[in-house]
Design a protein around this ligand. Structure first.
Ligand code: FAD
Length: 300
């Protein structure tokens, strides 16, 4: 499989049997058979089309900040889009390739005195991952500003969807069902005073730093907010802060986060998640659904 891939894509930036723990924000995760970093959207299309013809499993990752990759790793082809970062600004519209870091995109908007992306200044994902998740914070979310998405379908065709077609909802977009790979995002922002934008971003950064355990590896909020409850509060009141399996621990600073305090494995993370879900269900009758995406194979 690997030799054949190289024959087809001799110029590809590729690694074989590469541990995904080197890329994931939790610092956990097994290897990818083929880990490739496409340099252009055309290359994404060619790889998807090849995988589809060869019937190889494939998946795309962004900045791996909302992921737990199981310890057995991922079979087939994994694409990381972080080299796709081209950006264009025209009037109040921003068009950026999906591998750009959301933090850099919000900075770029501020540089052009464009408001609307301040909420995103501390979200460590890629733009594509942020669309996939409809990432949001402090009252803003991607759905507020995305006007169109260009994506590659499961056969390698370049397609587009308008905002109305993206089925955005709380931490949800249509890409969670249709398997499309977001490659370029069109955003509609508004003119604003640069000092105001920057002071809002500074305020949100300070809030984040005061509440979140940013000094330790994590995948952000592990669970979605259940209707009528605050996740962190439920976990805290259930006495679960500090609960530890191996190197994975319910954060002492923010109960909605699970931090890697040592050499955590993905199985440690999954054991902590299962325990938290079971205790919260038993105490409060509330089902905690994971926001973090759990992918890959268990260790054989
Ligand atoms: P990844 O983790 O790489 O992938 C997540 C999912 O998206 C996977 O299923 C992957 O297959 C899919 N995906 C990635 N890129 C693409 C693409 N181009 N096309 C199609 N599918 C794709 N999230 C919030 O919403 N708000 C917050 O305030 C927030 N704060 C965080 C703070 C910390 C410290 C951390 C570690 C995480 C935080 N997150 C937050 C979670 C995370 O940053 C977001 O969910 C982000 O949108 C994930 O983007 P990513 O590129 O890292 O995606």
């Amino acid at each position: 499989m690997k030799e054949k891939f190289l024959e087809h894509f001799p110029q590809a930036k590729v690694k074989f049997d590469e541990a995904l723990s080197s890329y994931s924000y939790t610092r956990t995760g097994g290897p990818a058979d083929i880990l490739v970093f496409p340099q252009t959207i055309e290359e994404v299309q060619a790889i998807v089309s090849y995988a589809s013809t060869e019937e190889l499993p494939f998946m795309v990752l962004g900045n791996s900040s909302n992921l737990i990759v199981r310890d057995g790793g991922i079979e087939g082809i994994v694409m990381i889009l972080t080299d796709l970062t081209e950006a264009q600004v025209q009037d109040q519209a921003l068009t950026v390739e999906a591998g750009a870091r959301l933090i850099d995109v919000s900075r770029l908007a501020a540089d052009y005195s464009l408001g609307g992306l301040e909420f995103a200044c501390g979200i460590p994902g890629s733009l594509g991952g942020a669309v996939f998740m409809n990432a949001g914070a402090y009252g803003g979310e991607m759905a507020d500003i995305v006007s169109q998405v260009d994506y590659v379908d499961r056969r390698g065709n370049l397609c587009e969807l308008t905002a109305e077609e993206l089925d955005f909802a709380y931490r949800h977009s249509c890409f969670q069902e249709n398997g499309g790979i977001v490659v370029r995002v069109h955003m509609q922002l508004h003119s604003a005073d640069q000092t105001m934008i920057e002071s809002r971003m500074a305020e949100l950064t300070q809030l984040r730093e005061s509440k979140q355990p940013l000094d330790l590896p994590s995948c952000g909020s592990v669970f979605k907010r259940p209707e009528g409850h605050y996740t962190g509060q439920l976990i805290q009141e259930a006495g679960l802060q500090g609960y530890t399996v191996g190197g994975a621990q319910v954060s002492l600073k923010h109960a909605g986060f699970i931090v890697n305090i040592g050499q955590a494995s993905a199985s440690d993370y999954l054991a902590v998640i299962a325990h938290v879900q079971a205790v919260v269900k038993e105490r409060y009758g509330v089902d905690l659904e994971t926001e973090v995406r759990i992918i890959g194979l268990d260790n054989q």
